[in-house]
Design a protein around this ligand. Sequence first.
Ligand SMILES: Cc1cc2nc3c(=O)[nH]c(=O)nc-3n(C[C@H](O)[C@H](O)[C@H](O)COP(=O)(O)O)c2cc1C
Length: 163
Amino acid sequence: MEIPASRWYSAIPKRRSRRQFDSKPVDPDHLARLYSVCAEFKPFPHARAVLVTESPKRLFKGIMGLFGKIEGAPSFVAFIGNMESPYVQEEIGYTREGIVLGATALQLATCWVGGFFRPDVAAAVAGTGENERVLAVTPVGYAKESQSIEKKLMTGFGRNPPT
Ligand SMILES: Cc1cc2nc3c(=O)[nH]c(=O)nc-3n(C[C@H](O)[C@H](O)[C@H](O)COP(=O)(O)O)c2cc1C
């Protein structure tokens, strides 16, 4: 796939993690375009992304404290790695960045979730093969307009302070 570099580059400053989603379904045209990005953006043989147009109730783990709970997303992307590759984490990380920017370029909200989700629940709907595991997911949908102060603060997590 030829990377739409200028579209993805412009998406970088717009991307923010969002955890509260509007339950309205994603525009089918945007969904189809994101589906193509997931199917075609595959820079490594051991990492792939699958767009799932449902979001099982138990997919995200709700925890208090470190991260807020992810709620209301109508769909998600599963990032699936083949554990035979010694670089599977890096391959998934790179693939995930591209897909997230592709989603942002379509005005869709995301949140990288590498820890607080249930890989077995994701695998059951995304489908995994031998030696494959779902290493991360992102909810996909339209963000709710307003964010609580707590969630706005959470958005700063992991960012470098302004210089
Ligand atoms: C490797 C990695 C794993 C993460 N796992 C989770 C997670 O399981 N749940 C969650 O809500 N946020 C998780 N985050 C945090 C968000 O994806 C995001 O980085 C953070 O909220 C900062 O917001 P920003 O992306 O708008 O800068 C993770 C971040 C990284 C880098």
